[in-house]
Design a binder for this molecule. Structure first.
Ligand code: ADP
Ligand code: ADP
Length: 230
């Protein structure tokens, strides 16, 4: 079955605003799904429900067949299965690049520190940044920091990675290096849900493109069809 199945998700924020109005999405293993839509349409809220960063009040979400519930143990397990890359990188500024990658595997997955370090270096090589392993995030460019954040999400061996506008905070010359890393992951068969405004990435990498508007999924289609002139 699908890695992710979100059905008729409704979410109200505490102030009473309804951000999701019955949004649904299924994602198969190895699939790349791009979510587009106007600012404020609920894209970020929707994907944040997939790893329990946001709660929801109606509907259901299953990760690899398991329901996402309020159970805390459940949430820990889900966070291991579902990685996330944020617009603002969210690296720990006081830890080196390598320490940013080994922290969760050592603390959460109880991996041996040396083994976690070796694996982290492999992943830093994969995103082209192994030479920066002992630097601090603040010493890196935005594009390099985002590649570190991608490597960090890979450290937990997730089944699915969520990307929330991963290139929106980057200078234009750094957008491409991050998109190329993401394209490489897709080519390796990583399952990805990507909120982005990068039309070329959607056209070249997505298997399906989703359009959200006002808290609803209003269109789902392969990119050729999605971007075809009516
Ligand atoms: P998008 O990612 O499509 O830009 P968001 O999911 O960030 O949309 O936001 C959807 C709507 O929910 C927006 O109208 C936004 O202002 C609102 N919203 C987001 N976070 C909160 C919050 N914590 N409390 C109330 N409303 C919120
Ligand atoms: P994004 O980059 O996802 O669009 P925003 O700039 O919309 O983020 O929101 C930044 C933060 O402010 C988020 O934590 C979001 O939940 C919160 N937020 C957004 N809109 C509102 C709102 N109308 N009321 C309260 N909090 C909000």
């Amino acid at each position: 079955g699908p890695i992710l199945r979100a059905e008729a998700v409704h979410k109200w924020y505490p102030n009473g605003f309804q951000a999701l109005k019955g949004a649904s999405l299924s994602v198969e293993r190895g699939e790349v799904v791009v979510i587009m839509g106007p600012s404020g349409s609920g894209k970020s809220t929707f994907i944040r429900t997939f790893n329990a960063l946001e709660d929801f009040q109606q509907g259901s979400i299953h990760i690899d067949g398991r329901p996402l519930s309020a159970d805390l143990r459940d949430i820990d397990a889900i966070r291991r299965e579902v990685g996330m890359v944020f617009q603002q990188f969210n690296l720990f500024p006081h830890l080196t690049v390598l320490e940013n990658l080994t922290l969760a595997p050592v603390l959460v997955r109880r991996r041996n520190r040396a083994e976690a370090g070796r694996r982290a270096l492999q992943l830093l090589e994969r995103v082209g940044i192994a030479e920066q392993a002992d630097k601090f995030p603040g010493q890196l460019s935005g594009g390099q920091q985002q590649r570190v954040a991608i490597a960090r999400s890979l450290c937990m061996d997730p089944q699915l990675i969520l990307f929330d506008e991963p290139t929106s905070a980057l200078d234009p010359e750094m957008v491409r290096e991050v998109l190329e890393v993401m394209q490489g992951l897709a080519a390796d068969g990583m399952t990805m849900v990507v909120v982005t405004h990068e039309v070329r990435f959607a056209q070249q990498v997505a298997h399906r493109v989703v359009l959200m508007d006002a808290g609803e999924v209003v269109e789902v289609a392969p990119p050729q069809q999605f971007f075809a002139n009516p």
